[in-house]
Design a protein around this ligand. Structure first.
Ligand code: SF4
Ligand code: SF4
Length: 439
């Protein structure tokens, strides 16, 4: 069986959050393979912990990818502050084609456009992907999963997660895919708070949840618990109409949001201050201003760091992008992509960002623990990847063993196979998930 077929069989997808099916990337031929261990979301340390504890497997997976894509070089993107992880990886990459790309502690550093530029000095074309400039980027955990798939034919049934914030024992561990947030929080001793909110996979680019029955997927980076009345929660629960109304009346066009925008600083024509103008314009002009959002990566820095008025330029950009898609409009950048001369001076230190969003007090180590939660039930989502949802191939009451294929997809379609994460019996099949109760 070919390399990409084994990865397809194992249902490997991008574990950093994007969920792009890895077997598709594995079919490419590239010059550079990049391991993304930059991890820039505040409070989350899962990439650091997996590198510290599983460096041989990660480097093995990366070497396999380098061989199969015929790449001439590999780079590990890791922040200098994570020197212990650098040392572990360094020991494994000696005498190989792989070098270290050490990064500063800025937000964002793990964005693919940023990482490709930091490692290779190449700029991905507007709307492009790393492959357009000869690069393949995978999260470090994805390389771990590749190693497990190729070496042991082991499908992805567990997710490495980091549990942080207001919890009794902040930590990182493997958890069965489909474990509920409640079971995950119980596993770390719960929260000292009676009223809390959960940020899933990040404070800036993740989503806010109050649903303890929701479950982790192959792309969940972690859970961050914050008080229900925290500044970030209050911001995120505000209705969109209110965000727009406040933005329309209070934006003074200072343009700080644009001046700090990492995509703008890399040379892409993203200008959130102009997008803010769309809130107050007629339909025709609105479309014009919307276009300045098209190359935005939704990093959230403009809303949560740059804007002195505490407005919502990121949310305005997100709305504008939806409208552009609905109208079938794709912004074509005419000017050359050229890095702004002040880029390095405008980078945002993570520590400063954490202070700005009032989470510095929660910054704590999240040490690896080798035990995993043992849920009595898992709900495994049929869509936890880019592309089509997988289709259930099991029946109600069917017995399954950890690793059994439970939902499939045609190899030529965009998507990924899904396997059960525990031994048990199928108790429910819906359009969204398959529920399995443990024996
Ligand atoms: S930083 Fe805030 S106030 Fe200034 S232009 Fe942007 S959205 Fe408007
Ligand atoms: S969210 Fe804001 S800062 Fe981030 S890329 Fe989009 S416009 Fe730029």
């Amino acid at each position: 069986m070919k390399f990409s077929e084994k990865i397809f069989e194992a249902g490997v997808v991008g574990a950093g959050g994007a969920g792009f099916p890895t077997h598709i990337k594995a079919k490419s031929k590239v010059e550079f393979v990049l391991a993304n261990g930059a991890e820039c979301e505040p409070l989350i340390h899962k990439d650091f912990e997996i590198m510290l504890n599983h460096a041989p497997e990660i480097v093995s997976g990366m070497k396999m990818m380098i061989d199969n894509t015929e790449a001439s070089k590999g780079y590990f993107g890791i922040k200098t502050k994570n020197s212990n992880a650098i040392e572990k990886i360094q020991n494994e990459i000696e005498n190989s084609l792989i070098d270290m790309c050490k990064l500063g502690d800025f937000y964002p550093s793990g964005d693919e456009y940023e990482l490709v530029y930091s490692a290779t000095n190449r700029l991905i074309p507007p709307h492009g992907i790393p492959l357009d400039v000869g690069c393949l980027v995978n999260n470090v955990e994805t390389f771990y999963n590749i190693h497990q798939a190729i070496t042991f034919s082991q499908p992805v049934t567990e997710k490495f997660v980091c549990i942080a914030g207001a919890v009794k024992n902040p930590s990182s561990f493997f958890a069965p895919v489909g474990t509920s947030f409640k079971d995950i929080l119980d596993f770390v001793g719960g929260s000292p708070l009676s009223d809390y909110a959960i940020f899933v996979s990040g404070l800036l680019m993740g989503k806010l949840s109050f649903d303890l029955e929701d479950t982790i997927t192959k792309t969940t980076a972690g859970l961050i618990v914050l008080p229900k009345d925290h500044y970030l929660v209050n911001r995120m629960i505000r209705p969109l109409e209110d965000m727009n109304r406040i933005g329309k009346s209070a934006c003074d066009q200072c343009s700080y949001c644009t001046e700090f925008c990492p995509r703008y600083l890399l040379g892409y024509d993203v200008q959130p201050h102009k997008v803010m103008r769309s809130l107050g314009f007629s339909k025709t002009r609105e479309t014009h201003w919307n276009q300045y959002a098209d190359l935005c990566c939704s990093c959230g820095l403009c809303s949560l760091y740059a804007c002195p008025e505490d407005l919502y330029p990121r949310e305005a950009c997100d709305q504008s992008k939806v409208k552009l898609r609905a109208e079938g409009i794709k912004y074509e950048q005419k000017k050359l992509v050229k890095v702004h001369p002040i880029k390095e001076g405008r980078r945002v230190p993570l520590k400063q960002l954490m202070k700005r969003i009032n989470v510095a007090e929660y910054e704590k180590p999240t040490p690896f623990i080798s035990e995993s939660p043992v849920p009595s039930t898992v709900k495994i989502k049929l869509k936890q990847h880019v592309g089509k949802p997988a289709v259930a191939v099991v029946n109600i009451s069917q017995s399954v063993k950890k690793g059994t294929l439970i939902a499939d997809i045609d190899e030529n379609s965009m998507g990924a196979r899904i396997h059960t994460s525990i031994d048990g019996a199928v108790t429910s099949i819906t359009d969204d998930y398959i529920e399995i109760k443990a024996n």
